[in-house]
Design a binder for this molecule. Structure first.
Ligand SMILES: *Cc1c(COP(=O)(O)O)cnc(C)c1O
Length: 389
């Protein structure tokens, strides 16, 4: 459990604070996996694109991967090293731009690759495959193996394309099926991928295991990960890539907020509501989409409890007009007051990259906390809202 190392009363709320010390901690773990196995680990920027930290992360990672043109450009310009990109379909216009930035292109099918093949001289090209082997339950929105998935080619579709187009120019296989998972699920998935696509692997130079590996989580089994990597490396002589997003910035950031009003529920025989100066819909959309329940620290760094765990129960509401924009029901040791600060944990990932100004909500300030200073990276204003509509 990472606690803020900065003074939560010294920042303007609402704000995201990313902490360099925690990025370093994650970086060290990822670096050691690379040193032990020879694999290369890329930052999946869709989870975390805070480029002010790229000069630090360059020391630990082999490059970046992108979901499209803007991320590819950001990685190329600010991170350097290797730039990879994957998209379910590239337009000609995207491709012309991407060619300037990316060295590795992952295509959604051999047919997609063939459409762009004439431009790919000097590039590494891979195909995303889909083993349709689901190891997660509960959130289909994050399961690429769900029925009718558009993400990657199934074995039969892949084989049909091999018949039609051959594999000339294809040097990599990519799969991405995990989400916040441990290496036992990677192991099971990798075995299925091998069973299905093994006969093509000896023709390849690299294999990319995608993201969703929670490598930096305390209970993550790194030894199993190492064994899976070494299996593919030794048996097929492949360069193994991993492209986690979450694991790079896991537990490395906080969203600091303040209580702006308390609604006394007892009047109506209902729950007390604390209205915060942050919105789930705008500032932590995964809380509603995934959905998940963020850990919260009170102003004395004590974890808020489950609904009935502590004496004072509140629903944490938000200032938007969306009825369902609720962060959750939490309990505290003492009553909340207007002006109290609450800290949402693990808010470096899928937060700044996803936030929005629905309802005209201001975007939280972004801070970066290093050993030397607590730096404001970006403050937002009315213009940021106005300029996008
Ligand atoms: C989302 C995604 C990632 C990163 O996933 P995390 O869950 O953030 O580790 C990597 N590769 C692809 C293709 C993705 O779609």
């Amino acid at each position: 459990m990472n606690l803020p190392t900065f003074d939560i009363n010294k920042v303007n709320t609402p704000c995201y604070v990313t902490e360099e010390c925690y990025l370093k901690h994650n970086g060290e773990i990822l670096k050691s996996v690379q040193e032990r196995t020879g694999c290369k680990i890329l930052l999946a920027q869709k989870a975390f694109s805070m480029y002010s930290s790229y000069p630090l992360l360059q020391n630990y990672l082999a490059g970046t991967t992108a979901s499209g043109v803007y991320e590819a450009r950001l990685g190329y310009e600010h991170f350097g090293k290797e730039t990879h990109v994957y998209s379910p379909a590239y337009t000609k216009k995207d491709m012309d731009e991407l060619l300037k930035y990316a060295g590795h292109f992952v295509f959604n099918s051999i047919r997609q690759f063939v459409l762009h093949k004439d431009k790919m001289a000097g590039k590494e090209c891979g195909i995303r495959v889909n083993p349709r082997f689901s190891t997660q339950e509960g959130h289909e929105i994050y399961d690429p193996c769900a029925k009718n998935s558009r993400l990657g080619q199934t074995l039969s579709s892949f084989e049909e394309d091999v018949e039609k187009y051959g594999l000339d120019g294809v040097s990599g296989i990519h799969f991405h099926t995990l989400c916040e998972q441990n290496s036992d699920d990677l192991y099971k998935t990798a075995m299925v991928v091998e069973e299905q696509f093994g006969k093509y692997l000896s023709k390849m130079k690299w294999i990319n295991f995608g993201g969703g590996h929670h490598i930096t989580r305390e209970d993550y089994d790194i030894e199993t990960l190492v064994r899976v990597i070494e299996h593919f490396k030794n048996k097929y002589n492949l360069q193994v890539y991993l492209e986690p997003g979450e694991a790079v910035a896991l537990n490395a950031g906080f969203l600091v907020s303040e209580v702006i009003d308390i609604i006394d529920g007892k009047v109506n025989g209902e729950r007390d509501i604390a209205i915060m100066d942050v919105s789930a819909a705008c500032h932590m959309p995964d809380v509603l989409e995934m959905p998940y329940r963020p850990k919260i620290l009170d102003s004395r760094n004590v974890l808020a409890g489950e609904e009935g765990e502590k004496a004072y129960i509140y629903r944490l509401g938000t200032p938007t007009c969306l009825a369902g924009d609720i962060i959750g029901d939490y309990s505290f040791d003492s009553p909340l007051k207007v002006g109290d600060r609450l800290v949402f944990c693990d808010m470096a990932i899928y937060s700044t990259v996803k936030n929005n100004t629905f309802n005209g909500m201001p975007l939280p300030t972004i801070y970066y906390n290093t050993d030397d200073e607590l730096k404001v990276i970006r403050k937002f204003s009315y213009e940021d809202f106005k300029s996008r509509i």
